[in-house]
Design a protein around this ligand. Structure first.
Ligand SMILES: [Zn+2]
Length: 694
């Protein structure tokens, strides 16, 4: 027996020791006030079948069986309890190790083991409290989902789901939270009743002051019931209403008028920008309710056509309509204010989207097209959504939404703004494609099976959500902020470019690549249609993969798959590719590639320096012509670590104090963040990004 080796829990080999087992058994006897003689010990031990490479776990299982076979039931029970205690000890030890590693990590994103996309700048006791239960949440979420899959489709499918998950063919996003994912809300129920219907105690806003204060509280409450972003497409429209109620419909034409008779003598404009300041700074604060994350807040701006499509039928509770002229002024005022404020402080939220309607290769509302180009040229960073159909809208940072109901309801507000994604489940295309090749499976056969299963898993998720709602756990749905049947179940895609590279397809605009993209995304769309029902909506999204992109690359490399970069792309081109120009990138995010992405994708045009208004204006035409519907321009902003100066340009020396101790602000995915707050892996990816010139 001395020649044998056993495998310890940490995977290490150790010589087998009969003495250790004897001691453990003897202790179990003692713990029930009994004593094991040599003879008893030999009888129990003789039933064990030890072989080379046996695990500790297996030996202990055999000891249990052996004690029972020898009829020492009390002792067996004590032994089982002893094992359980040790199991719990090990669990605590693991948490303790995690705690120590987290304290030592270079920043919060790097320390986070499970979910580095948390929008946390600093790590501290509050963020640690948020990290610790994450592994338990993952286990609980898996259990709930698997139980439901078993109910609906049987154990075989639930086992297959776990297999695909554990072998990284698919990835369940946001398993560390139990809340549904993201939502674009209508605030109409709040306008009618305040926050009481979602468990708050605030009554409906009645003036500009209570609107701004109440809005902040309401967004915090809503966000605490979501795991992802909260979009408020009506934020400025309602604000315009309350400003008009206070200062008249023509307030924007006399914004210099002094309306504050205190010593401050504030003008209408100053009152309004003070409101902006209150809301934006409050929402960018880390919050206790979300473990020191700020809420992920999105707003939208509309050109005249989108405004009419979305809010044409809208009526405020007093029966009045929104007014385009004053809202348009307010939109522009907010955007200009926010751009300037970002020179004073690092402000991540709101993530802004400008929605523009296009026709015949240009933006119809030329005033808004010019203004959009002006804001980009002024160094502002925001997303633009261009569509030739006013019935589709990007109201959330990552979601293209086919508006099914632009109508207005007196209880629910504007139908088109209420949407979101309930749950995201992502397929790792690179691994799936390579798995098919390795195993001589006809192309797309395995992928088809995986996508089919993903839909069933999402349906099971939806059933669990319906259960929570039936128990009154989802007041956002009950109160009408969001509608469960207007929220999508999202099939995420990752590793698409990497899969094409494996197949030796050139990654540029060519028929072969276009066909490959169409085949894969078309397959997802096929199943999306197949499983669609009255209460089930599916969409397909090229997920930002802030954190999954890094994980997939690491896991795939460990399992011997071909992995061309450390972080899988979220674009249709290679992020480090210097051979493609900006127009190529618009083309690769144009209609021929994104046609099946009903859940959206975003082109992040990384540029080294700002372009002129005329150049940006021309790029809006390019977007309209190519059918690239969602994009932003990233020019890293410079933050001086020594004097605090913020500059909209990408600089290598501080223009104020000439320090070279600089940090940069850029988009990790959707939102602007200090590069030093990215996770280690993401910082490396960011350093390889290619910033082009025009
Ligand atoms: Zn400086």
């Amino acid at each position: 027996m001395d020649q044998l080796y056993i495998i310890k829990r940490n995977g290490k080999r150790e010589p087998f020791s009969a003495e250790k087992i004897k001691n453990a058994i003897a202790k179990a006897f003692l713990s029930v006030n009994s004593f094991a003689t040599q003879e008893v010990l030999i009888n129990v031990m003789s039933r064990l079948k030890i072989h080379d490479g046996i695990s500790v776990e297996e030996i202990q299982n055999q000891v249990e069986v052996s004690l029972m076979a020898e009829r020492y039931y009390e002792v067996a029970k004590a032994y089982i309890l002893y094992r359980q205690r040790h199991y719990e000890d090990r669990e605590v030890k693991e948490k303790l190790d995690f705690l120590i590693n987290y304290c030592n990590a270079s920043n919060a994103a790097t320390g986070s083991k499970y979910d580095a996309n948390a929008n946390v700048e600093k790590k501290n006791i509050a963020t640690l409290i948020g990290e610790l239960p994450k592994s338990n949440f993952i286990r609980l979420n898996r259990r709930m989902l698997c139980d439901k899959i078993k109910d609906l489709y049987g154990k075989e499918l639930s086992d297959k789901y776990l297999y695909l998950l554990n072998h990284h063919f698919i990835y369940k996003n946001d398993e560390t939270s139990i809340a549904n994912y993201c939502a674009s809300i209508t605030m109409y129920p709040w306008l009618l009743d305040g926050t009481r219907s979602i468990g708050g105690n605030a009554s409906a806003p009645t003036n500009l002051k209570s609107y701004c204060g109440g809005f902040i509280n309401m967004v915090f409450m809503v966000s605490s019931m979501l795991s992802g972003a909260c979009a408020t497409p009506e934020f400025l429209m309602y604000m315009d209403y309350f400003i008009r109620k206070e200062y008249g419909d023509n307030y924007y034409q006399e914004s210099d008028k002094i309306v504050d008779l205190s010593l401050k003598q504030r003008s209408i404009d100053k009152v309004i920008t003070d409101c902006f300041q209150q809301v934006v700074y409050s929402i960018n604060q880390p919050t206790g309710a979300r473990n020191f994350q700020s809420v992920f807040w999105n707003v939208a701006y509309y050109d005249r056509y989108y405004f009419e499509s979305l809010f044409g039928e809208f009526r405020f509770p007093d029966g009045t309509r929104p007014i385009w002229e004053s809202l348009s002024w307010l939109q522009k005022r907010f955007m200009r204010w926010f751009n300037e404020e970002r020179l004073r402080a690092v402000l991540t939220f709101p993530v802004e989207t400008m929605a523009l309607l296009s026709k015949d290769g240009d933006i119809i509302d030329t005033e808004y097209a010019d203004f959009t180009a002006e804001m980009y040229a002024a160094g502002h960073s925001f997303f633009t959504y261009v569509s030739d159909n006013a019935d589709s809208l990007s109201s959330c940072c990552r979601l293209r939404n086919e508006i099914q109901d632009n109508g207005f309801s007196y209880t629910l507000g504007a139908g088109g703004v209420s949407t979101g994604s309930k749950s995201v489940l992502t397929i790792n295309i690179n691994r799936c494609i390579q798995y098919e090749c390795r195993n001589n499976i006809p192309q797309y056969q395995f992928i088809g099976e995986v996508i089919d299963l993903m839909h069933k898993v999402q349906i099971a998720y939806n059933e669990n959500l319906k259960y929570l709602q039936s128990k009154g756990m989802l007041p956002l749905f009950d109160a009408g902020y969001i509608a469960i049947n207007r929220q999508y179940l999202t099939i995420g895609v990752n590793g698409l470019v990497e899969a094409a590279e494996f197949l030796n397809i050139p990654i540029d605009d060519n028929p072969l690549y276009q066909k490959f993209v169409e085949d894969i995304l078309g397959l997802v769309e096929k199943y999306n249609h197949q499983y669609r029902s009255k209460e089930l909506l599916f969409n397909c999204e090229m997920i930002p993969a802030e954190n999954v992109g890094v994980k997939h690359a690491k896991w795939d490399r460990e399992d011997g798959y071909r992995v061309p970069r450390d972080c899988y792309n979220s674009y249709f081109y290679r992020v480090e590719d210097e051979s493609l120009n900006l127009l190529d990138k618009f083309r690769l995010h144009g209609i021929r590639y994104i046609a099946h992405l009903t859940g959206g994708s975003a082109l992040h045009a990384n540029l080294e320096e700002h372009l002129s208004q005329a150049q940006y204006r021309q790029l809006l035409r390019v977007a309209a012509q190519e059918g690239c519907n969602y994009f932003t321009f990233n020019i890293p902003n410079t933050v001086c670590n020594d004097c605090g100066h913020i500059d909209k340009r990408y600089l290598h020396e501080c223009p104020e104090c000439h320090s070279t101790n600089l940090d940069y602000l850029t988009r990790v995915i959707g939102y602007m963040k200090r590069v030093s707050s990215f996770s280690q892996a993401r910082q490396e990816e960011a350093s390889r990004r290619y910033y082009g010139k025009m």
